[in-house]
Design a protein around this ligand. Structure first.
Ligand code: C2O
Ligand code: CU
Ligand code: CU
Length: 520
């Protein structure tokens, strides 16, 4: 392995001198990141750094990071209003359409594509057991679907690429949620080859399923949706460049609830429950909040069996969600929720990356007496039954292939040696049967694995021959696979039909790092 890696890296080094890569570099995110280094004042001269790239070919000039104002109070997510009066039924419509919004402080209009004109898309909040009926109106100039990421619902309601709604068309998605699926989900388009673009133009919304008995219901809850945005200096959303297609798109703006560096005024009681969505196309998050204490209580598919206390850092691959209890620091004060760069094997000439302050957290309302009186969290949150012995096994291999055939570079993102084909069924699974899936990352980059229609339990990870049993019993629909790593997980599909599985760096998914399993 080391040999082929070394070879690959020298190929990359050679390639990085080619113009397509250096121009990609110029589109990178170098300038803004520095402005957000914790403890550093905002640097107004950021755009001046563009001069550092003067050797590169001309590319779209990016807006400086100050183009979007920082420091507004954190906005609550806009909720999708239930128009049904029947108990247990949630009915509403979502219209995907172009919309012009002035997000830059100078009033420049940007054309986004959004659900119900809202960034991020509205939050759907339902109870376990509810029936959901969403009329989808596609007012985009392209086909689209709504995929209900992570939800255990029938495949024909899950917005598969095969079921695209044409431009100008509409359909109703209807499903009933099973019990025991309370968790933090999201929804986004999934049309063949167009997912990445539709998401980076603004199409992604939130979905929370609640349980009747939630052991943490008394703790005030916050919703933090992390999403990237890239704007050119004239306020447009530029198309992907070669660097984005390779490494996944990262914008110069790392937003929370579509705001740049908003301010969260922490609850006076000193404890909050945060649901965090990594809704980025590609950016991984490594979150710290100096002085505060994190307790992980949930993953994609809901609460853990037991809280994991005393965490100082939270890692989130693209598309992952978590629930954390945040306890205020005794010292009060104002601190930044910072995301630090994650080494995920980006290729080409990657500019230096810096920590970004996503959010300012103001603890000044917290009363020290109340902080001292905070009760211990419940030691058990829910029961999670470990999935039993596997009846079948599947093996998924992620790999990358670079070629310079005919003097033209190309980069392929492969799953089991192939790119996605809607006409090809890669695997067959049996309904209600426990399967062991082995996800092997033979690529140079990390790739977050995702499968539709169900949640899985990670069993173990293997790296350089060393097997590490997974310490957490948790329900997930995303797991990062590091370069050279093998992750083993167990899952059961509870509905028949076609399901996608893929890397959730959206550019890689678009490029075909995706397969499909038919559940019979
Ligand atoms: Cu977020 Cu194929 O999905
Ligand atoms: Cu999904
Ligand atoms: Cu990938």
């Amino acid at each position: 392995m080391t040999n082929s890696l070394t070879q690959r890296r020298s190929v990359l080094a050679a390639l990085s001198t080619l113009p397509w890569l250096s121009s990609a570099w110029a589109q990178g995110t170098m300038s803004h990141d520095m402005s957000a280094m914790p403890g550093m004042p905002e640097m107004p001269a950021m755009s001046g750094m563009a001069g550092m790239h003067s050797g590169a070919e001309a590319v779209t000039a990016l807006a400086p990071v100050e183009a979007i104002a920082a420091g507004a109070p954190l906005a609550a997510l806009k909720k999708l209003v239930n128009t049904s009066s029947k108990p247990g039924v949630f009915r509403a419509s979502l219209r995907a359409a172009p919309v012009s919004l002035a997000v830059m402080q100078d009033g420049t209009q940007t054309e986004f594509w959004a659900y119900n004109d809202s960034l991020p898309g509205p939050l759907i909040e339902v109870m376990e057991g509810d029936t959901v009926e969403i009329e989808f109106i596609n007012a985009l100039p392209q086909p689209s679907t709504i995929h209900w990421h992570g939800l255990p619902i029938p495949s024909e309601q899950d917005g598969n690429p095969q079921d695209a709604v044409p431009a100008g068309g509409r359909r109703v998605y209807r499903f009933t949620l099973p019990m025991n699926c309370a968790g933090t989900y999201w929804y986004h388009p999934h049309p063949h080859g167009l997912t990445a673009e539709q998401v980076y133009r603004g199409l992604a919304g939130l979905f929370i399923v609640r349980a009747k008995n939630d052991p943490l219901h008394a703790i005030p809850e916050r919703h933090l949706v992390c999403s990237d945005l890239r704007l050119s200096a004239d306020g447009r959303i530029p198309a992907n460049g070669a660097n984005d297609e390779m490494n996944g798109r990262e914008g110069q703006f790392a937003l929370v609830n579509a705001q740049r560096q908003p301010v969260l005024s922490f609850d006076a009681g000193g404890r909050e429950r945060w649901r965090i969505w990594n809704a980025n196309s590609a950016r991984y998050l490594r979150l710290t909040l100096p002085g505060a204490t994190f307790t992980l209580v949930g993953t994609d598919g809901g609460l853990l069996e037991k809280p994991v206390t005393g965490l100082s850092e939270l890692m989130m691959a693209a598309a992952q969600r978590i629930e954390v209890i945040v306890d205020a620091p005794a010292s009060g004060g104002v601190v930044g929720l910072v995301t630090s760069p994650v080494e995920r094997g980006k290729m080409g000439m990657v500019p230096p990356e810096y920590p970004i302050t996503l959010l300012t957290v103001d603890f000044s309302a917290v009363k020290p007496e109340r902080l001292a009186a905070l009760p211990a969290l419940p030691s058990s949150l829910r029961h999670i039954q470990p999935l039993g012995a596997a009846k079948a096994k599947k093996r998924v291999v992620f790999s990358e292939l670079m070629s310079m055939a005919g003097g033209v570079h190309s980069m392929k993102f492969l799953l089991n040696g192939q790119t996605f084909d809607m006409q090809r069924v890669d695997f067959t699974s049996r309904i209600n049967e426990v399967e062991l899936w082995e996800i092997v990352n033979e690529a140079d980059m990390d790739h977050p694995f995702h499968i539709h229609g169900t949640q899985f339990q990670v069993v173990e990870r293997e790296m350089d021959g060393k097997v590490t049993p997974e310490p957490l019993l948790a329900w997930r629909d995303i797991v990062n696979t590091r370069s050279g790593e093998t992750v083993r997980l167990k899952l059961v599909q509870r509905h028949k039909g076609l399901r996608m599985f893929h890397c959730h760096v959206l550019e890689h998914e678009n490029a075909g790092m995706m397969g499909q399993v038919n559940v019979i």
